[in-house]
Ligand binder design. Structure first.
Ligand code: AMP
Length: 285
């Protein structure tokens, strides 16, 4: 595995791979890797000749009161996991390499980035879209793989790629979960004791909404109320939002008519967890 720290060296590597007619897939991560990340890497291998994983804890997507400094990091372990997955190149620039002094150009989406995660975390998606655009230009992949767990992020990255004409296919990977349903997340490392057990209620609530949906419930208020009651039954849970959005527009619905996503964000102490589930008639094959 090549370890590449500069943008220029990354671009050179990409050009030489492309000259050989090989397809590059990029899997962006913030490290502290888990099976969710590894599943995206395996998906990338299926669809490209060379896989690049980026590891960059992006300061621009953390708010002033968020966990940038204490975000979990374990570079040595990450490197071993990536070697084992036969990743071709690890792109791990420093913050100074990505954001030179005086950096002031950003990618900003003006509608969907303001709601839900964007409302709870002002500036978050500006940071995400800016870093993803920079990663796209550094790695120049044919495709990039993102997890469905971060549904609003996936939606906005697809929108950015389309509207800014990035010639990059955006591929989505399913959410990998613990046996009790908790979606894997680097931030789960913060969950201690009963909070860890209680965190599984997010997935239980989403599954209950799906069950009711499949029984014919189409009233979004009632579906949300059932989820809310289940989540708040966990003594340490604090609700941030529970919403049902139209999959195509990411706007909240009152009646579920077409494809929709149930989304929730819940705090356990200072740890904020998000999860989502597609409301579909059948499980995807
Ligand atoms: P992060 O390192 O948290 O920024 O995540 C990097 C990528 O992994 C993003 O595309 C996430 O959506 C994805 N991801 C995070 N958790 C999971 C999971 N449990 N299952 C699948 N993909 C995930």
């Amino acid at each position: 595995m090549q370890k590449i720290e500069s943008i220029q060296a990354m671009q050179q590597w990409a050009r030489s791979v492309q000259r050989d007619g090989k397809r590059i897939a990029l899997v962006p991560t913030m490290g502290f890797l888990h099976e969710g990340h590894l599943s995206l890497i395996r998906l990338a291998h299926e669809q490209a000749d060379r896989v690049v994983v980026s590891l960059f804890v992006n300061p621009k997507q953390f708010g002033p009161n968020e966990d940038y400094d204490r975000y979990p990091r374990d570079y040595a372990r990450d490197q071993q996991l990536l070697e084992a997955e036969q990743v071709d190149a690890l792109f791990c620039p420093s913050a100074e390499e990505m954001y030179t002094p005086g950096h002031s150009v950003y990618v900003e989406e003006d509608a969907v980035s303001r709601v839900l995660e964007g409302e709870s975390r002002p500036g978050h998606f500006r940071g995400v879209l800016t870093v993803v655009a920079k990663l796209f230009l550094a790695v120049q992949p044919d495709l990039a793989v993102f997890g469905r767990k971060d549904a609003q992020q996936l939606y906005l990255i697809r929108k950015m790629a389309r509207e800014l004409n990035f010639p990059i296919a955006i591929v989505a990977g399913p959410t990998v979960r613990e046996p009790d349903g908790l979606a894997l997340s680097s931030r789960n490392a913060y969950l201690a004791g009963t909070a860890r057990e209680q965190a599984a209620t997010l997935h239980r609530a989403l599954k209950e909404a799906l069950r009711l949906y499949r029984e014919g419930e189409r009233n979004a208020y009632r579906l949300r109320k059932v989820m809310m009651d289940m989540v708040l039954a966990a003594s340490e849970a604090e609700m941030d939002y529970i919403e049902i959005v139209d999959t195509a527009t990411f706007t909240p619905v009152t009646t579920v008519q077409g494809p929709a996503l149930a989304l929730l964000a819940v705090r356990f102490g200072s740890t904020r967890l998000i999860d989502n589930m597609e409301l579909t008639a059948e499980d995807a094959p």
